[in-house]
Ligand binder design. Structure first.
Ligand code: 13P
Length: 287
């Protein structure tokens, strides 16, 4: 059964580990992540960007697929279906479709408008039992064609948004989506510490999990990060595994063309990557 992400993240923050949010793009990714979570006995969050939702024929299709798959694979670990970087309208679409968690990314609005829209969405989500994430300080890099500047969040703004009743908060601390550039300055732990002190026990979210060195991940978890988003890293291993299969000419062997065989190496690569992350984040056996 799908659940809200609130309880699993409160537990993670208390237990000083983080739950991975792995973004899904198709049936194979969803299945790979669900099976790995079950094998690792780990809670998990399936993230869906608006672009990925469109690709999968809309959020209703996504919610129906994930619910049915969770049931038919016999998954018993807690699974949250979460909208990643949702627009205002996108949040309502996912609420209607049966998601169990949403992120409202109001970071590009002036703070007053971010506050008004977040307040409304907190009330609606909580009335329906969903969890809600908000963002302060835009995360850099490119997400569905939108390029953020990569800021460090203002701890006072974080406190203001936290006080609206969001269940977890993404604060920019120099993290960016996609690959980090050679000259990346690293995470700003000074900012993270100030945000953590400002918001109390609220679970914090680290976006742009791809390419952050392991020791920085561990330190971020010790400073209140309870949810870490990973997308690009799964894309990279999927791509590499599929390319190796084609370059070896394996797709041309056997009887006819079988898309299930073509996608199998990428599927296994995602499983291995998700397991590696769950071990690093400390969520194994925390279901
Ligand atoms: P990466 O693509 O850098 O792993 O970031 C994922 C993310 O933060 C999704 O919101």
């Amino acid at each position: 059964m799908l659940v809200s992400a609130k309880e699993m993240l409160v537990k993670a923050r208390e237990g000083k580990y983080a739950v991975g949010q792995f973004n899904i793009n198709n049936l194979e990714w969803t299945k790979a992540i669900l099976l790995t979570a079950q094998e690792c006995n780990s809670p998990v969050i399936l993230g869906v960007s608006e672009g990925a939702g469109k690709y999968m024929a809309g959020m209703e299709t996504v919610a129906a697929m994930v619910k049915a798959m969770d049931k038919s694979l016999g998954i018993t670990v807690p699974v949250a279906l979460h909208l990643d970087h949702g627009s205002y309208d996108g949040c309502y679409k996912c609420i209607k479709a049966g998601f169990t968690s949403i992120m409202f990314d109001g970071s590009h609005f002036p703070i007053e408008e971010n506050v008004a829209k977040t307040t409304e969405l907190v009330n609606v989500s909580h009335a329906l039992g969903l969890s809600i994430e908000a963002e302060v300080g835009s995360i850099g890099g490119e997400e569905d064609g939108v390029v953020g500047a990569g800021e460090c969040a203002d701890p006072n703004e974080c406190k203001m948004i936290a006080d609206l009743g969001v269940d977890f908060l993404a604060a920019g601390i120099g993290n960016i989506h996609g690959k980090y550039p050679e000259n990346w300055a690293g995470l700003s732990f000074e900012t993270l510490e100030a945000v953590n002190n400002a918001v109390g026990e609220l679970p914090l979210v680290l976006h742009g999990g791809t390419g952050i060195p392991d020791d920085m991940i561990t330190k971020a978890i010790s400073l209140g990060v309870a949810k870490i988003n990973v997308n690009t890293e799964c894309q990279l291993v999927f791509q590499e595994a599929t390319r190796a299969y084609i370059e070896a000419g394996k797709d041309l062997q056997g009887k006819g063309f079988d898309p299930r065989k073509l996608l199998a190496p990428g599927f296994e690569a995602i499983k291995a990557k998700v397991k590696e992350k769950m071990e690093l984040f400390g969520s194994v056996n925390k279901a």
